[in-house]
Design a protein. Structure first.
Ligand code: NAD
Length: 256
């Protein structure tokens, strides 16, 4: 379905970004993986993914906390039919104790990077009369929790940026939407389970149900494959008129 399309996925050498790249490649897209590191294993990851799906795949290092590198990523890729803004970090502290440098870094990586990549990708998409921008926001783009001020401000910002991008591209064959995942079982989240089991004296299933997924009514994690599948849907003809909206993949969190 996506044969002939080039997809750039920011922050994609692990977790959701890698899962999204996998599903886009499975659907036939050429993929560009990215993170801020430039290790042999990053390039190998892309080569293996490409070989698995019989598509072109490369890895381009670029630090999404730096505007110029965000813009360079799109320029270096040379084509950008599908842009998935996924790079993101988290830090937890009360507002009055929130380190300024952490605030600046979260806003830069989680929000401003999407502005920079979108600004460079849009002319390429307009030239082809087709483009898909998928911003990975969060349930925290629609609702709040204490101690995550920067993350929540950035993710609400991503939802707003997605709507504005949709309005500026409406009727041009380009769509822009935000996916709002609840808790997704990524390696990062998986790694927290043993600690949480110890702290709460609970077994794996109980700590997942009663502690980690307290706000997710399904009491089940979303998976990276589901976020990837939702991205593929947004790139499909069925979603040609789906633009400027959010799609929650959160087990009912935001219905509460
Ligand atoms: P992750 O830590 O596995 O992935 C983050 C990716 O961003 C990694 O590839 C990392 O290398 C990359 N990255 C970090 N800093 C970067 C930088 N400066 N430049 C380029 N790349 C950088 O985490 P994840 O859970 O897969 O998160 C991916 C996205 O999904 C984030 O935007 C996150 O906010 C969002 N999200 C995650 C969950 C969840 O439960 N895991 C829920 C909602 C939203």
């Amino acid at each position: 379905m996506l044969k002939g399309k080039t997809a750039i996925i920011t922050g994609s050498n692990s977790g959701i970004g890698l899962g999204v790249a996998e599903e886009l490649a499975r659907a036939g897209a050429s993929v560009v993986l990215n993170s801020f590191t430039d290790r042999a294993e990053d390039h190998q990851l892309a080569a293996d993914l490409g070989a698995r799906h019989g598509v072109a795949a490369r890895y381009i290092a670029a630090d999404m906390s730096k505007g110029a590198e965000c813009r360079d990523l799109i320029a270096k890729a040379g084509a950008c039919d599908i842009l998935v803004n996924n790079a993101g970090i988290q830090f937890v502290a009360p507002i009055d104790a929130f380190p300024v440098e952490k605030w600046d870094m979260i806003l830069a990586i989680n929000l401003s990077s999407a502005f920079h990549t979108t600004a460079v990708a849009l002319p390429l998409m307009r030239a082809k009369g087709w483009g898909r921008i998928v911003n990975i926001a969060s349930a925290h783009g629609l609702t709040a929790s204490p101690y995550k001020s920067a993350y929540i401000a950035a993710k609400h910002g991503v939802v707003g940026l997605s709507k504005t991008t949709a309005l500026e591209t409406a009727g041009q064959g380009i769509t822009c939407n935000a996916i709002c995942p609840g808790y997704v079982l990524t390696p990062l989240v998986e790694a927290q389970i043993p600690d949480q089991m110890k702290v709460h004296g609970m077994d794996r299933e109980t700590v997942i149900r009663e502690v980690m997924l307290l706000r997710q009514p399904s009491r089940q994690f979303a998976t990276v494959e589901q976020i990837g599948g939702t991205t593929v849907y947004l790139c499909s003809p069925a979603a040609d008129q789906v633009t400027g909206t959010t799609i929650s993949v959160d087990g009912g969190w935001t219905a509460l």
